[in-house]
Write a protein that binds this ligand. Structure first.
Ligand SMILES: *Cc1c(COP(=O)(O)O)cnc(C)c1O
Length: 366
């Protein structure tokens, strides 16, 4: 079976370096907030073009903490796209702020032309997700945030080093939120995340919030959390970070072949927006009869996945919002029709051939 993703392959690409670093950290006797975290924070910020990075224990906590640091809470509204992963929304509702959903465009990102009509006097921020690895329409969104005095926040859990007008996602607004969950483009070997910002006050605030509300040991200025990135994950991320451009390039090569060689009227291929780039966290196609398509590929030895089968507005978790079927028809259509094809570091050419051949055969002579 060709998997949708295979983390062992990506590990194997630089296994000896990961193993040496893991041993070094294990033997060092220093495991939390040390030189690996500091090094990762400074390198990651520099590579992105941001002033500060704050290592956080995972992507969801990065979003939650970031929103808290801005003082956004009950009676405030945050605009989020209707087809994002639930973690984006959890970061908002954990702060008791209200979600206002806006439908996506044909690139699976927030439809910037529909943002203005969702803004109210309570709106404090627009939290966009660069879904599947492609940058959103940053010119337009940045202008709206500037005109309406709203915080621009970016969920970059799927878009490490994806660009708009040659500028990295995560550096357009007041904060960028990153996840380094193992399957992400820059994946750790456990949970990990980060916030990036150019604001020194936010940097300081976030470093205090993630560490019990304490700047100096036993001196607690605010009611904080324990949301720290650990040394082991940071050390392993420092190794992977050195290869991230190569790793993203490899994904791009696979995506390029899919885009050039898949020819099937039953399939809608993804498109990349003008001035935007994708780092192909997922290669997502659309097809009307998804079950049939997935069964056909499975028969040919190819696994596929769906990101995501239930739109968040219809999930039980948010039943208290009273959303119902038909409220966000585009998100619903996407959740019924999207399929993710195999896309991972270490995927070999013959596997890409097999996927292309099978997708092209689908529906041809049945
Ligand atoms: C993975 C992901 C998150 C959450 O990151 P974790 O590290 O798993 O908590 C948030 N938003 C999006 C869009 C994601 O894909």
């Amino acid at each position: 079976m060709i998997p949708v993703n295979d983390l062992k392959r990506s590990y194997a690409l630089h296994a000896s370096e990961y193993e040496a670093k893991a041993l070094e950290i294990l033997r060092s006797g220093w495991y939390v907030l040390g030189k690996e975290v500091s090094l990762f924070e400074s390198r990651f910020a520099e590579m992105l073009g941001s002033k500060y990075a704050i290592g956080i224990d995972n992507g969801l906590n990065a979003i939650s903490l970031g929103i808290e640091a801005l003082g956004i809470g009950s009676n405030d509204e945050v605009i989020v796209q209707s087809n994002t992963y639930i973690a984006t929304m959890l970061g908002v509702t954990h702060n008791n702020a209200r979600l206002v959903l806006v439908e996506p465009d044909e690139y699976y990102n927030i439809d910037a032309s529909k943002i203005e009509e969702a803004i109210t006097t309570k709106t404090k921020a627009i939290l966009i997700t660069h879904l599947y690895g492609q940058s959103s329409n940053m010119n337009k969104i940045k202008k709206i945030c500037g005109d309406r005095k709203l915080f621009l926040l970016e969920d970059c859990a799927q878009s490490h080093f994806s660009k708009y007008n040659s500028k990295n996602t995560g550096t357009f607004g007041v904060m960028g939120f990153f996840s380094f969950y193992p399957t992400k483009n820059l994946g750790a070997f456990g949970d990990a995340g980060a916030i990036v910002t150019d604001d020194p006050i936010l940097d300081k605030k976030l470093k205090i919030l993630r560490n019990y509300g304490s700047e100096k040991r036993y001196i607690n200025s605010v009611v904080g959390y324990n949301c720290r990135l650990d040394e082991l994950q940071a050390g392993l991320l420092n190794i992977k970070l050195a290869y991230i451009n190569e790793l993203n390039k490899e994904r791009n090569t696979i995506a390029k072949r899919y885009l050039e060689e898949i020819r099937n009227d039953n399939i809608v291929l993804p498109r990349v927006r003008k001035n935007a780039s994708s780092v192909w966290h997922q290669f997502v196609i659309k097809t009307k009869d998804r079950n049939q398509f997935r069964a056909f590929l499975s028969q040919k030895g190819i696994n596929t996945d769906v990101h995501y089968p239930i739109p968040v507005h219809l999930s039980a978790a948010y039943s208290f919002y009273g959303w119902k079927k038909g409220d966000f028809p585009i998100a619903e259509e996407f959740s019924n029709e999207v399929v993710s094809l195999p896309m991972f570091n270490g995927m070999i050419n013959q596997e890409v051939d097999t996927v292309i051949r099978a997708v092209n055969e689908y529906g041809k002579n049945s």
